[in-house]
Design a protein around this ligand. Sequence first.
Ligand code: L14
Length: 337
Amino acid sequence: MLKKKDAYVVAVVGATGAVGVEMVSVLEERNFPVSELRLFASANSEGKVMQYKGKDVTVHTLTKDSFAGVDIALFSAGGSRSLEFAPIAAAAGCIVIDNSAAWRMDKDCPLVVPEVNSHHLKDIPKGIIANPNCSTIQMLVALKPLHDAAKITRIVVTTFQSVSGTGKKAMDELMDQTVALLSFKEPANKVYPHRIAFNCLPHIDVFLDNGYTKEEMKMVHETHKMLDPDIKVTATTVRVPVFRCHAESVNIETEKKLTANEARAILAAAPGVIVYDDPSKNLYPLQIDCVGKDDTYVGRVREDESIENGLNLWVVSDNLRKGAALNAVQIAEELIK
Ligand code: L14
């Protein structure tokens, strides 16, 4: 679908957002072959100037005519904008890689983590590829090699998600509330329904009729679409007062027995995974240490002694990098291979 070229016209839609900014820097860092970078955002960002490879690039208002001549469009501008503009971009001839939840469960849109299911990129009927949910991405980067080795039958996951997933306003809210509380002032909350500073909220995205949140059900449905529809998955997603990086407590049950040592060896050899696990030295992955990192870090690997074949893992990754911008750029890299 994508014509091979020496370099591509790349658009970033939602360029001024937390993920958009990261997309621009990941394109630069990885030296993606860009012949021209076009940045789009909503009207309030019109005329803003961003930097790419030492040059100024002006941000323009997204319109229906923004996509003429664009080869690859990376979208991170929210679900409703993706629903409206991704088909317009695809009709103009570009391949869309969309970071929102809008197209993920569309059977004609591949949902891809390159380490897990890059083969799903063979067929892109709508010209739209979906970038999975941040929490699902890092969980599957860690679980794919274990599934290949021992066949996972059930996953029980609890997430500890940073506020940057919600965007810059939420990062400001955590900062402002923390400053207010430490200054003996009353903190205001606008972004979340409750205070996030010094608190955890068992609530990410909206509640559904089954009592789960949409974020929790994304982890179920996206795991089925990308890894294996037969795995039983249940999730609890929790917002924690951390700025960046998500952590996850993941319990798996497998068909074949894996010892903790075997699991660590499999993970150490897996693409995109770093095992960081030495309890004798208090070593385990921490959200504050994974900021800006590309890999998914796994620690606290141990056998679940309550069942025959089970493991517990602690999985940490940067939600704005592997959970969003980096994974999107890696999909683009797969397309031009
Ligand atoms: O990509 O942390 O579906 O509030 C939507 C909720 C990303 C994270 C998605 C959050 C998520 C976001």
